[in-house]
Design a binder for this molecule. Structure first.
Ligand code: LP5
Ligand code: MN
Length: 242
């Protein structure tokens, strides 16, 4: 069983090096994987499946090709691409996952999440999240003209960068109690998440259970991923030039 986990690629047309890293990853490292789990923020922002751009098409084609060759491709939304819907998922050959999702790999329970839900100290963000994740808000937003939605997204990105500049680094990381509660509620699995861009392997001892928490890396010019193979997880990277 070979499963790959990635997140936080933040793909956008003005970062061609990351697009190349994804194409290389799909053609090389992911080639013989049974499954690929994309745990959010695949795109820098997503304003609706009707925003059909050369980048979105290229990514859908690359992922659909991987799926056609036999890798099961799964997508969980992040805080940047939570509006990615069934239409695009179908075009890209991906099945959508809710956050969190529990899977079992060779008998090991592994819990997958984007990770933003665990940042409970960031109360301003959690309030914002609750609003934009409601079906009513999303229906109303998606009913607006595409041009307007893009303007909203740009304005929101500006607001977010402004808000983040004033937030202490600590509150933008996961809250340890939120991690404990989640691990306990899911009977002590291994946890894999992204969002914080602080790649690491942490050990949490919860009610005498040892739980690993793997944090995925964001991407730049090379692919950063976790691989589950031969019954264990390992962090790897692969560069287009290597
Ligand atoms: O993304 P990042 O790393 O900058 O920061 C995140 C949190 N911010 C966000 C917001 C996204 O960046 C916005 C892009 C969404 C693209 C989809 C577009 C469609 C929806 C358009 C929405 C109107 O997720 C940030 C966290 C940080 O991670 C770390 O966890 O701190 O949270 C915030 O910045 C939220 C602010 O703290 C509070 C928001 C104030 C709300 C102001 C409302 C203004 C509405 C303006 C709409 C035009
Ligand atoms: Mn994120």
């Amino acid at each position: 069983m070979k499963a790959l986990f990635i997140s936080d690629l933040h793909l956008c047309s003005d970062r061609p090096e990351t697009i190349r890293a994804l194409q290389h990853f799909v053609g090389e490292a992911a080639r013989d994987a049974d499954s690929l789990y994309i745990l959010g923020d695949l795109f820098e922002h997503w304003v609706g499946d009707d925003d059909i751009t050369p980048l979105n098409t290229l990514v859908a084609e690359a992922l659909a090709q991987l799926a056609e060759r036999g890798t099961a491709v799964h997508f969980m939304a992040g805080n940047r691409d939570f509006l990615l819907g069934d239409d695009y998922a179908r075009r890209a050959g991906m099945t959508r996952l809710t956050d969190p999702t529990l899977i079992v790999l060779d008998g090991q329970a592994v819990l997958l999440s984007h990770g933003d839900l665990l940042c409970t100290d960031d109360t301003a963000y959690q309030r914002f999240r609750q609003q934009v994740r409601s079906p009513e808000w999303q229906r109303a937003f998606l009913a607006r003209p595409l041009r307007e939605r893009k303007q909203f997204a740009a304005e929101m990105r500006r607001q977010s960068a402004l808000a983040n500049a004033g937030k202490p680094a600590r509150i933008m990381d996961v809250n340890p109690d939120a991690v404990t509660r989640l691990l306990r509620s899911q009977e002590y699995p291994t946890l894999i998440h992204g969002h914080t861009h602080r790649p690491a392997r942490h050990l949490h001892i919860v009610d005498q259970h040892n739980c690993e928490r793997w944090v995925l890396s964001d991407w730049h010019a090379d692919a950063r991923y976790l691989v589950w193979e031969a019954g264990k997880l390992e962090a790897r990277r692969s560069a287009p030039s290597s």
